[in-house]
Design a protein around this ligand. Structure first.
Ligand SMILES: C[S@@+](CC[C@H](N)C(=O)[O-])C[C@H]1O[C@@H](n2cnc3c(N)ncnc32)[C@H](O)[C@@H]1O
Length: 202
């Protein structure tokens, strides 16, 4: 990702961070996190990663439900991460780091599950992110990708915005991205309205 685009996205999310959990979209996102949990299967003592974790709500929910789970949240916005630290209900098990999803600061085979909710649409180089996810996932690990669909588009649809484009991925595009990175699509599930979970296995 170009440094300029990265900076613009970071600045938008930095400004959004203090009010993020109280605005309408985030309240919908929290309902969707809850639905997502119905599909999550983790081994004992699972090591998990949340890409574009924002204020860390999903990881807190996961840690509530799985008492031996450890989680790392990665985000490019320092202000989102500041909120995540303030709201961390499980500081001994959850930690937060700044970084870009295109160059994950983790070793190979480090995580049993990787999550991305309402963040993937912001990544201009989705193939690079998929390759990074595949690298850090353990064999038999899972990637949970949650983003809205544009129903009339089977492939990739780009919407230009002031802060840089956002992209929506149809079923075919999601399956193809996984295949290129060595991740097998195990199904698509509607969570709420047009928001779809695509589950991948390694
Ligand atoms: C709409 S918020 C979603 C936050 C959270 N996942 C949720 O479900 O509420 C999108 C997040 O993705 C982060 N983000 C966008 N592009 C990123 C990138 N290239 N690397 C890391 N984080 C990124 C933003 O900083 C922001 O916190």
């Amino acid at each position: 990702m170009s440094n300029d685009l990265l900076r613009r996205k970071q600045s938008i999310f930095d400004r959004w961070a203090p009010s993020y959990d109280w605005l309408f979209p985030s309240i919908v996102y929290q309902a969707i996190h809850q639905r997502l949990l119905e599909f999550v299967r983790l081994p004992a003592q699972a090591s998990t990663l949340d890409l574009g974790c924002g204020t860390g709500r999903l990881l807190n929910r996961l840690a509530d439900q799985f008492p031996d789970l450890t989680g790392t949240g990665l985000d490019l916005s320092p202000e989102m991460l500041r909120q995540a630290e303030l709201k961390n209900r499980h500081p001994s098990r959850l930690s937060f780091v700044q970084g870009s999803t295109e160059a994950l600061p983790f070793h190979e085979d480090e995580f049993d599950a990787v999550f991305s909710t309402f963040s993937f649409l912001h990544y201009p180089n989705p193939e690079v992110v998929f390759s990074e996810v595949s690298r850090v996932l353990r064999p038999a690990g899972h990637f949970y990708l949650v983003d809205p669909l544009l129903h009339w588009q089977p492939g990739i649809q780009t919407l230009p915005m002031a802060a840089g484009a956002i992209q929506f991925y149809g079923f075919a595009a999601r399956e193809q991205l996984g295949k290129q990175a060595g991740l097998v699509c195990q199904g698509h599930h509607y969570l709420l309205g047009p928001v779809v979970l695509t589950l991948y296995g390694r």
